[in-house]
Ligand binder design. Structure first.
Ligand code: HEC
Ligand code: HEC
Ligand code: HEC
Ligand code: HEC
Ligand code: HEC
Ligand code: HEC
Length: 501
């Protein structure tokens, strides 16, 4: 046999390494060309092509010199019982020449491939496919909600990692643990929120959203339908005083200006979900400082240093920019407003909401039961409608199943009450965590609860979109008589989402 390589290369370890390296190299090449030509590798193949196979390839390559090293020692012992000569290259020898050429060109190809490969590995591990779809069950809620949000085109990494090497490395380290936890089924269900060490909004959100931007007042219509046979409309049309961030960019006023840019707000929450706020400190743009203590959840001034205050940023209000889980009532209201559920279908609001609030253990069983429940409800209560409104009922079933698929994830125990939305105050405390009248300063000033500080109601009730508008706003009118309870209680105390409200 003609030996083209140095004799030390002919040993089982090096051969084994070479075979591994070549086989992996060929498979990677195959997968890459598949991706180039046909496109769209499945999530799992991405991990294989960009992470597992290249690691195996490098391992194979390492085996070659290791095997050669031991083989040279063995050969030297066998031949003359001496220690082997130290390493040398003799370009005069054809076998050394060939081996060197292969080594040099191999190294060049390998370095180029590594550069391309690690860039692809970088790109891939930052992709929505990798973050959202690889561990399918674990991240399904976030991935589905993200796909249905205003940020569907923003990658997970742009909010959860951001720019810069430090956070990249940190995210890969914690990511490695998460892959392990997912593989061994060690993760909590649901995944806890808020994320303890989320990168500050300044370095993520504010890379795209200019905090100084003046939004002015934004008109919003909140469509509601009552739980009665007619599904009576009760919509509220409001101007939300979002305002702007700085005097330079427009009038400095409203929700954004007061809260965030000119003023620095720090707070202490006594629970991990940051719902119970005990202390708030505001430093305004002139440097004046004011502290508020919660009369119902007191924290002693000397106790403050035992807590680490959190500096309020975008995420304290916009905590659901990409993962919104709606309450049954709200989701059904939207479906009626868009016509997916016909308002003329008797008691559609109540029947749809009842089908959604039941607890299910798996998504598949939920979808089947939802259909049965809606059909049975009509069979019992409106047998005529089951015939005459068959199309509308079928459309309603599809719509309710769709609402379920987008907002409920029983396998991960995810639904709206696990992830309260902090914008507003209707089904969770939101702004009322501070604006509840209980946080009071030394001078007796409470963080305001005046409805009109945050928004004015333009019109409310039926046909709110066409009704004439009160330019100074109208006083809120609760659609059913609850004896003025809305003035004393937070809306979210009754409108919890767990009932028909
Ligand atoms: C627009 C920015 C943004 C994008 C894009 C985004 N997230 Fe989030 N994500 C957030 C914020 C904000 C939170 C809540 C943080 C908090 O309250 O501490 C969050 C929370 C989470 C949580 C914790 C559970 C929860 O819902 O609070 C997970 C898991 C998560 N995101 C995964 C993902 C995945 C996977 C993707 C991509 C499919 C993604 N995120 C895309 C901003 C984003
Ligand atoms: C990579 C850029 C990017 C990042 C990062 C980003 N956003 Fe956005 N955001 C957008 C774009 C683009 C839109 C507009 C989408 C549209 O109108 O279709 C948007 C829309 C919004 C809206 C309006 C949502 C709605 O329902 O209309 C809010 C609020 C918002 N972003 C908050 C945030 C917060 C909070 C963060 C950080 C957690 C963040 N964004 C991070 C690009 C970004
Ligand atoms: C004491 C309990 C209670 C409080 C507090 C309360 N509500 Fe209601 N709300 C009800 C009841 C009961 C209904 C009737 C449900 C139905 O028949 O549709 C209702 C219905 C509504 C509806 C129409 C139907 C729907 O659920 O979509 C709106 C809108 C509404 N409430 C807004 C508010 C707002 C805003 C607040 C806070 C300012 C508030 N409510 C506080 C009990 C309450
Ligand atoms: C005090 C709570 C609060 C803070 C802090 C806050 N926002 Fe907002 N933001 C709101 C409210 C309330 C709205 C009105 C829109 C709504 O009701 O959904 C709004 C509206 C917006 C909109 C426009 C949404 C639309 O529908 O067009 C964007 C974009 C936005 N905020 C981004 C940010 C960014 C970026 C930050 C951080 C610099 C931030 N917000 C900080 C409460 C807040
Ligand atoms: C962590 C506590 C906290 C949260 C949560 C919070 N705020 Fe505030 N807010 C404050 C403080 C403190 C002030 C300043 C009060 C003062 O100057 O007396 C303030 C002031 C305001 C003002 C100006 C009020 C005025 O008197 O002119 C508006 C508007 C406002 N907040 C809206 C909101 C909205 C909308 C939300 C929910 C999306 C919200 N805030 C959530 C603490 C909070
Ligand atoms: C600290 C600011 C603030 C205060 C005080 C406040 N609101 Fe609101 N409210 C908001 C914001 C912000 C939203 C918008 C939420 C959204 O965009 O989903 C909202 C939404 C609403 C809605 C629509 C809810 C829905 O989802 O249909 C009603 C109705 C309402 N508020 C009534 C009131 C009434 C009545 C009061 C006084 C008792 C009040 N609010 C006090 C900030 C406030």
């Amino acid at each position: 046999m003609i030996r083209r390589f140095p004799s030390s290369a002919y040993n089982p370890i090096s051969m084994f390494g070479a075979v591994i390296a070549i086989v992996n190299f060929v498979i990677i090449l195959g997968m890459l060309s598949y991706e180039l030509v046909i496109g769209g590798l499945a999530p799992y193949s991405g991990i294989i092509a960009f992470i597992i196979l290249p690691s195996a390839l490098v391992m194979g390559l390492v085996f070659i010199p290791v095997g050669m090293h031991f083989e040279r020692r063995r050969l030297a012992k066998v031949e003359n019982g001496e220690k082997p000569r130290s390493f040398y290259i003799d370009l005069g020898k054809p076998s050394h020449r060939l081996a060197s050429m292969i080594f040099i060109s191999g190294t060049i190809i390998f370095l180029i491939a590594t550069a391309v490969g690690s860039y692809r590995a970088y790109e891939f591990t930052e992709s929505v496919t990798f973050c959202g779809e690889t561990c399918h069950v674990v991240m399904e809620p976030e991935a589905v909600a993200h796909k249905n949000s205003a940020h569907a085109r923003v990658t997970c990494a742009e909010c959860h990692v951001g720019h810069g090497a430090g956070w990249y490395v940190q995210s890969k380290l914690s990511g490695a643990y998460q892959v392990y936890a997912a593989a061994l089924n060690l993760y909590p269900r649901p995944i806890p929120t808020p994320i303890e060490n989320l990168r500050p909004a300044r370095e993520t959100c504010e890379q795209c959203h200019w905090p100084d931007k003046f939004h002015g007042s934004q008109e919003k219509v909140f469509n509601h339908y009552m739980v009665d046979e007619e599904n009576t409309e009760w919509s509220i049309r409001m101007l939300i005083k979002t305002g702007g961030g700085s005097k330079e960019a427009g009038v400095a006023q409203g929700i954004h200006w007061h809260m965030n840019i000119a003023n620095e707000i720090n707070y202490i929450a006594t629970d991990e979900s940051r719902e119970e706020i005990a202390w708030v400190k505001i430093k305004d743009h002139e440097g004046n400082v004011r502290e508020y203590f919660n009369e119902l959840n007191p924290i002693e001034p000397e106790d403050i240093k035992n807590h680490e205050p959190r500096r309020m940023d975008c995420i304290d209000c916009h905590n659901r920019p990409a993962h919104i889980y709606q309450t049954p009532s709200k989701a059904v209201n939207k479906a009626i407003a868009s016509g997916d559920i016909e308002q003329s279908l008797p008691s559609a609001k109540r029947i749809a909401v009842e089908a959604l609030i039941d607890e299910y253990t798996t998504k598949d069983s939920a979808l089947v039961t939802i259909k049965e429940q809606i059909v049975n409800a009509y069979k019992e209560e409106y047998p005529d409608a089951l015939e005459s409104r068959k199309d509308a009922i079928d459309k309603m079933i599809v719509s309710v199943q769709d609402i379920y698929s987008r907002n409920f994830f029983p396998e991960m125990k995810v639904r709206w009450d696990q992830y309260p939305d902090h914008i507003g105050h209707f089904t969770s405390q939101g702004c009322y965590r501070c604006h509840n009248g209980n946080l009071v300063s030394d001078s007796g000033l409470a963080i305001s609860t005046d409805c009109n500080n945050c928004h004015i109601i333009l019109s409310q009730g039926q046909d709110s979109e066409t009704k004439s508008i009160g330019i100074n706003g109208v006083e809120f009118k609760h659609p059913v008589d609850i004896d003025g309870a809305w003035q004393e209680m937070a809306c979210s105390e009754c409108h919890t989402g767990t009932s028909q409200l």
